[in-house]
Design a protein around this ligand. Structure first.
Ligand code: PLP
Length: 441
């Protein structure tokens, strides 16, 4: 068959990411429009976006200010290189973002996604130690059940075996500390779990093994999102900070999910009162409208690169689309929207309702844990009877279809609802989670 004869509705050509392509293409679920908290499907159904897209549409869909800014920007300056040139909105946005995070996180490097932000942060960490004359500090430490995107750096420090096993060892010189999920002691915790601060001491063990002189950085999600909403035990992040400072190891918070208001504070940095050396972000920076990411770096890190001759490039790293004008315009309008509507702290007003509603599902069949913080929550279910080998929790929003989870999809049997949309509280997402659990029971 010629390519044109295949027709425009052929689904075969698109190799879909993180998707069971064969299954999807037999029964496609296509989204054709979106407004506020709802999608419209190709067959006319209204679908609740109970997970804010892929945890990224923090202001909801079709927000007028963002739409307008993108339309205007694309007509005015559709592209400008960021290498040896610049455009005003990239500088404006960087300054505005830097002002949102506590000092010394005063510098911003633009990327196009969370994966790129992670790889950028890891590279900055390696280059920083080298710039300071500590060239042996090259090891990177991640954590079990961490998700840091799909670049080679991200999968290496990440802790999801499914993302790693097919791709060899990717980066060498990586080690991991244990995850903090402890059902035996912390099941049904509301907010930060009481037990487990000592999980942070794993880092001391890893340092004793490899020696601090060889370790560049530790990366963790302040709240692990994609592997099932793992909330850090009280005091855990603070202890990680102390250990890193003691051994001159950079601490990186991956805030691709927690950034831009999901916990009820602008960033997890604010929520937990712990300031790392680098912060990776993406998703909510443009409310998902245009791909963009940003890495925040401390002044100490930035200044370490600024000691050479003026005419030399300090960091051999960057993307064709770093600080893309349309993405910058979208981000600036998104920040305006967040500010005008109080969305960066709105989750703190809604979190009690969300918490009580989620925990009301305790006691339903197969439910073994419920946990929540800000507007993130998870309902953990017993392992699937027919697929006991499937013990991992895939991170992506599973319950996208309104009204019905697919009972044959093992993933529904582990984690029912990942997060609410933070634009406004939505009773139907909790009702929906309840229906899913009941159906699966
Ligand atoms: N880091 C974290 C914590 C994430 O949750 C994600 C995506 O879900 C990423 C990195 C990767 O982001 P992206 O898919 O934009 O590359």
């Amino acid at each position: 068959m010629s390519k044109t004869a295949m027709g425009t509705n052929n689904l075969d050509a698109f190799w879909m990411p993180f998707t069971a392509n064969k299954q999807f293409k037999q029964n496609p679920r296509l989204l054709v429009s979106a407004k506020d908290m709802h999608y419209k499907s190709h067959d006319g159904r209204e679908i609740l976006d109970g997970t804010a897209g892929l945890w990224c549409c923090n202001a909801g869909h079709g927000r007028p200010k963002i739409v307008e800014a993108v339309q205007k920007q694309v007509a005015e300056l559709d592209y400008a290189p960021a290498f040896q040139m610049g455009h005003p909105k990239a500088f404006e946005l960087a300054a505005r973002l830097a002002a949102m995070l506590p000092s010394p996180l005063d510098h911003v490097f633009f990327t196009n996604s969370g994966s790129e932000s992670v790889d950028t942060a890891l590279k900055i960490a390696l280059a920083y130690h080298r710039a300071k004359g500590n060239g042996t500090k090259v090891k990177l430490i991640g954590r079990e059940r961490g998700y840091h995107g799909v670049g080679f750096g991200g999968i290496s420090v990440g802790g999801i075996s499914g993302n790693r096993k097919t791709f060899g060892n990717a980066l060498s010189g990586i080690d991991h500390i244990r995850h903090t999920h402890d059902l035996a002691r912390n099941a049904y915790t509301r907010g930060e779990p009481e037990y487990g601060v000592e999980f942070a001491d794993d880092l001391e063990k890893v340092i004793a093994l490899h020696d601090a002189s060889n370790i560049a950085a530790v990366i963790v999600e302040p709240v692990a999102g994609s592997t099932g909403v793992l909330i850090p035990p009280k005091g855990y992040l603070k202890r990680l900070r102390e250990i890193c400072t003691k051994h001159d190891i950079l601490l990186i918070f991956d805030e691709v999910i927690t950034g831009f208001g999901r916990l009820g504070a602008p960033f997890a940095v604010d929520y937990f009162g712990v300031v790392p050396d680098l912060v990776t972000t993406a998703k909510g920076i443009t409310s998902g409208v245009i791909p963009m990411g940003a890495v925040f770096a401390s002044s100490d890190i930035y200044q370490a690169f600024m000691n050479g001759p003026e005419n030399l490039i300090e960091l051999f790293h960057g993307y064709t689309y770093s600080g893309h004008p349309v993405a910058c315009a979208a981000a600036l309008a998104t920040l305006d929207t967040y500010e005008e509507e109080g969305l960066l702290t709105r989750a703190s007003e809604l979190s009690d309702y969300w918490e009580n509603a989620l925990h009301a599902l305790k006691g339903l069949p197969n439910v073994i844990d419920i946990r929540n913080l800000g507007l993130i929550g998870a309902i953990e279910l017993q392992t699937h009877r027919r697929r006991p080998d499937k013990t991992g929790i895939p991170g992506f929003p599973q319950c996208i279809r309104k009204g019905r989870a697919d009972p044959h999809d093992w993933r529904h049997h582990r984690l029912v609802s990942a997060s609410d949309n933070q634009q406004r509280t939505d009773r139907s997402s909790v009702r929906y989670a309840r229906r899913c659990v009941e159906e699966l029971g």
